[in-house]
Design a protein around this ligand. Structure first.
Ligand code: SF4
Length: 458
């Protein structure tokens, strides 16, 4: 947890200073969104699938304890070792303990937002272990010592020229090289050596099935598969909300996930794990880290339905123009604003305001999380907790006072229409009025709506 609160608007302002990057970031994500629309539109029963997915997830959450126990029982029967972690610290300690038991020094890891959330990499590095992220985008941000800026496209904020510079510095590629094929080939060679030398593989979990005790990992690069095929030790880290009841339910989610995430009909690799490899060990670490508290929160528990497709980020006009790092959270965008502000309002109270309330996130969400409504509710909560700046609180009180008195509201409108056009610019556009920094107040109308209505009525 961060010790001080974050100011999304402040960091977004930094991001948009580079207008070229902002435009290109916006366009790149909109391209993914358009691909998603095409893929979703090609499935006639898309809306039925979304409703079904939302119902399955909601049902699972309503009996989460039962399904978790069923999963543990089934998985244990298959020779999988199950561990329970209440917090991120416990998760990290458990993973380190397993690695130390096996005398592991080199680890390859495929993309897992949970391990990002728990800050597993720095923890393992502090204990002298070498952890390599093997998803290409993740590896790029790891080499640059940056966090991912998107949950599906971790390096979407980085240009190929910057990737070229990073690879030149760390992998010894030619200076100035920007050809994506050349750079990818270099990364491939670099990662292959890491795979060959690894003593253990760590993966995330996309879906775990209570009925079978198995789980599924979806990747496009096959890095999770190779990462757990060569070493004998596989550790899978999953948030407790990743559970679904039956194997039959998987079809609903695999059809939705890739289409909604990147517009692909299915992820290139959808790998099912039902036990350790011959002679090996498979551990699953089930992590709570605040999820039970969110489950107990009637208003925001639906956010636990999230399958991390990233579509709400791609469609969000604020995320696209402010970049993932401005959220200062493992999960940015609309779902990140809900999850982080609901769990830690003192730190993340500015995130519910990183939203235009356009509702596009809720429209696109494959599990129908009412993100826009939740963000609106969170704003109310932040105001009740007095997390708004004093100036805004006082202004809101004044607006509320005026709007509750019809005569005063009409009078204020009249005053604004009379004096507004004559007001010197410095009184309107100054340091106190952030709104006016990038906008012009529209021309004042001659008459109010009420006056126009009266004039035209009969
Ligand atoms: S909230 Fe919905 S749209 Fe956003 S990442 Fe989660 S599942 Fe995808």
């Amino acid at each position: 947890m961060a010790s001080t609160h974050i100011e999304h608007a402040h960091d977004a302002a930094e991001f948009i200073q580079n207008q070229e990057r902002t435009h290109w970031h916006d366009q790149a994500l909109w391209f993914v969104r358009a691909k998603r629309d095409k893929a979703a539109g090609a499935v006639a029963e898309w809306e039925e699938l979304r409703s079904l997915a939302a119902q399955i997830k909601q049902h699972t959450l309503s009996r989460l304890a039962e399904y978790l126990e069923q999963f543990e029982q089934q998985a244990t029967g298959r020779g999988i070792k199950i561990h329970w972690a209440r917090t991120a610290e416990e998760h990290n300690q458990i993973v380190l303990g397993i690695l130390q038991q096996h005398n592991v020094h080199r680890i390859v890891k495929s993309k897992s937002m949970l391990t990002e959330e728990c800050h597993l990499n720095p923890y393992l590095e502090e204990h002298g272990l070498d952890v390599v992220d093997t998803d290409l985008g993740e590896r790029i941000v790891q080499l640059r010592e940056e966090p991912p800026s998107h949950i599906v496209l971790p390096a979407i904020h980085i240009k190929k020229q910057e990737v070229g510079e990073t690879f030149h510095k760390h992998l010894g590629t030619e200076e100035g090289a920007t050809d994506p094929d050349y750079l990818t080939e270099a990364a491939r060679g670099h990662l292959r050596a890491k795979f060959m030398a690894a003593d253990a593989g760590i993966t995330g979990v996309n879906f775990a099935v209570a009925e079978t005790g198995g789980f599924v990992v979806c990747t496009n690069e096959g890095n999770a598969d190779i990462g757990v095929s060569l070493p004998k030790l596989h550790i899978a880290c999953m948030g407790i909300e990743k559970l679904i009841p039956r194997a039959a339910d998987l079809a609903v989610f695999t059809r939705l996930l890739a289409r909604n995430a990147t517009g692909q009909p299915i992820t290139t690799y959808t790998s099912h794990f039902h036990g350790p490899a011959p002679g090996g060990e498979l551990h699953v670490v089930l992590v709570d880290n605040g999820r039970s508290d969110l489950l107990a929160n009637e208003k925001y528990r639906e956010a636990l339905r999230c399958i991390r497709c990233g579509a709400c980020l791609n469609t969000c006009p604020v995320y696209r123009r402010s970049g993932g790092h401005s959220y200062h959270a493992t999960i940015p965008g609309p779902i990140g604003s809900v999850l982080n502000a609901a769990r830690d309002p003192a730190t993340y109270h500015s995130l519910p305001y990183a939203c235009s309330l356009c509702g596009s996130c809720a429209d696109i969400c494959p599990v129908k999380i009412p993100l826009d409504q939740q963000l609106l509710d969170l704003r109310g909560e932040m105001a009740r907790r007095k997390h708004l700046p004093l100036s805004k609180r006082l202004l809101m009180k004044l607006v509320s006072f005026v709007m509750q008195r019809t005569w005063l509201f009409s009078f204020s409108g009249k005053m604004a229409r009379w004096f507004g056009p004559w007001m010197p610019r410095f009184l309107v556009y100054n340091r106190l009025n952030a709104w006016g920094r990038q906008r012009e107040i529209p021309e004042f109308p001659k008459k109010s709506f009420r006056e126009l209505y009266r004039d035209n009525d009969g």
